[in-house]
Design a protein around this ligand. Structure first.
Ligand SMILES: [Zn+2]
Length: 112
């Protein structure tokens, strides 16, 4: 993996702006099927978000602390993998945010 200096600077600047979107994205996928850290990093990468394990794991823990995600340990070969699923509370929060995202989306795109 190669990273230029300007890339990481841009990422740092955008982190605050995107962190909510990333949380919603994580919650959306966790409501759909069990997710795990590295898989989620790849998924977010496909959407153009580059997030390191050092940023994603605290985010996952934060969502778990809020009661939006619940984690279980799964054996994956020799290692244990932490798998996250959305809780009922997490799904509720996701539903509520959909209305807000829809509204924001409409406003953002209106001017185009
Ligand atoms: Zn996705």
């Amino acid at each position: 993996m190669s990273k230029t200096k300007s890339d990481s600077a841009g990422l740092a600047a955008d982190r605050d702006l995107y962190s909510g979107l990333i949380r919603l994205h994580v919650l959306h996928h966790a409501a759909d099927q069990p997710i795990f850290g590295l898989g989620m990093i790849e998924e977010l990468g496909r959407h153009g978000y580059r997030i390191s394990p050092g940023s994603l794991y605290p985010l996952l823990h934060g969502l778990e602390k809020k009661g939006y995600l619940r984690s279980t340990q799964h054996r994956n070969g020799k290692s244990l993998r932490k798998v996250y699923r959305a809780t009922a509370l997490g799904r509720k929060a996701l539903e509520a945010s959909k209305t807000k995202v829809r509204e924001l989306f409409r406003e953002l795109m209106e001017g185009e």
